[in-house]
Design a protein around this ligand. Structure first.
Ligand SMILES: *Cc1c(COP(=O)(O)O)cnc(C)c1O
Length: 411
């Protein structure tokens, strides 16, 4: 490692961690191999061809790249249909489209996994700012925590009329565990047993390709995510996806474009090559980011920090949290991660008031795609217990350097 110098103490920890991580790494490789074959087979079965990468303009009638991409995602996620669009600005935008797509005034929706990811709060209730949140349209969100009483609580709640339930697979900025697809399948079977008509929406952000199956294999009606996370493979420059039942995808497309137009139009003057390449590479890239998370957990455990998940725990998303206990540790952690980034390594991150978040947030991300969190990135709101969430890492050999650097001021 002659390009980067580390103290012997750090190198010893690194060797020890790599030894301890061996078994986890081989599990990760096995899932990656399975998902890589799944994705390759889908490309072949869909007859993807160079013409599908071409750009279109204007209305984009019969844009074959757009149509092929929807077909490909539907095949990979095992669903009837898909809406994959570069002009979904973010995962939040795709989730917002799904919610407004299927819910109507007077409807109620129940979260089975507690409060939602921070950027979703204004969509649910914008606190009388008249931004057109669900609440402004008389659509009500209610919450159950995913705890030991969840099944009992669901049974009591669902006797009221709920149109839909919402499940967030990943932990987001919380310290609860992420849900496995088995957990999700159990929840879905339970709610559909009570009410077969209920619509299940799953926020799959950070979850794609971490397991061999997806929520869409487990009975979810709509599964939603961001293309600057896992399924974009670090290559898709923007975008999001919704996959699921055709009738619900049509409703989402109506909301996204316009009623009566739906999936029929939508051009892309940029072209589709990067999105195809991104999903093609995604299983491997996700495995690199999982190795980064496992290694990071192990290093910090060796240094007696509390981490979640533990390095040898089962993982159902790519997110790693580290309880750093002090604001100053969060800041030094982020500065050190940033200093090993391929882009903007000379920048020094500071806490700031990020739109959509209630506390100041600090963030390290020297990435090729702005805000991409399948590339190595770390962030956290500056509030007790001063937790950093680290995710991504498209190349474990490089991420390892960043992790080793991140502990240099903490030892
Ligand atoms: C990232 C994320 C979102 C929102 O995605 P953005 O692309 O940041 O808008 C929603 N839910 C979860 C669990 C996420 O991790």
């Amino acid at each position: 490692m002659s390009f980067f110098e580390f103290d012997k103490e750090i190198l010893d920890i690194s060797h020890k961690a790599l030894e301890l991580c061996k078994e986890k790494f081989s599990e990760i490789n096995e899932v990656s191999e399975y998902n890589s074959q799944k994705v390759l087979k889908a490309f072949i079965d869909c007859n993807v061809s160079e013409r599908h990468f071409n750009f279109t303009t204007g209305y984009g009638y019969s844009d074959c790249g757009r149509e092929k991409l929807d077909e490909l995602f539907a095949r990979i996620f095992n669903t009837e249909d898909a809406l994959v669009r570069l002009n979904f600005t973010s995962g939040t935008h795709a989730l917002c489209t799904a919610l407004f797509g299927i819910l109507r005034p007077g409807d109620k929706i129940l979260s089975l996994t507690g409060n939602l990811y921070d950027t979703m709060h204004n969509i649910i209730d914008c606190q009388n700012q008249n931004l057109g949140s669900l609440k402004d349209f008389n659509i009500l969100f209610e919450y159950l925590n995913y705890d030991n009483n969840i099944y009992e609580n669901i049974k009591n709640k669902l006797s009221n009329n709920f149109k839909a339930v919402y499940i967030q697979k990943s932990r987001g900025y919380s310290l609860r565990d992420s849900l496995s697809c088995e957990d999700i399948k159990k929840l879905i079977n339970f709610v559909k047993n009570i009410n077969p008509e209920i619509i299940v929406i799953v926020d799959n952000c950070y979850g794609e390709f971490v397991e061999k199956i997806e929520p869409s294999d487990c009975g979810a009606d709509l599964t939603v995510g961001s293309l600057i996370k896992n399924p974009g493979g670090g290559i898709a420059p923007s975008g999001g996806y919704i996959v699921g039942k055709k009738k619900y995808i049509d409703m989402c497309a109506s909301r996204f474009i316009a009623p009566g137009l739906g999936k029929e139009i939508g051009s892309n003057p940029y072209g589709y090559r990067d999105i195809f390449m991104g999903i093609f590479n995604a299983p491997k890239i996700v495995s690199e980011s999982l190795k980064t998370a496992v290694f990071c957990a192990c290093v910090f455990e060796l240094l007696n920090f509390e981490v979640s998940p533990k390095y040898n725990q089962k993982r159902f998303d790519i997110v790693q949290s580290i309880i750093l206990k002090k604001p100053k540790n969060m800041i030094s952690f982020c500065k050190n991660i940033q200093s090993c980034s391929p882009v903007d390594s000379f920048v020094s991150p500071e806490p700031w008031d990020m739109p959509g978040y209630n506390h100041q947030v600090i963030m390290a991300a020297g990435n090729f795609i702005s805000g991409s969190s399948i590339e190595l990135s770390a962030d956290g709101p500056i509030k007790e217990p001063y937790v950093i969430w680290l995710q991504g890492g498209t190349n474990f050999d490089m991420s390892k350097i960043s992790i080793l650097k991140s502990v240099s001021d903490l030892i």
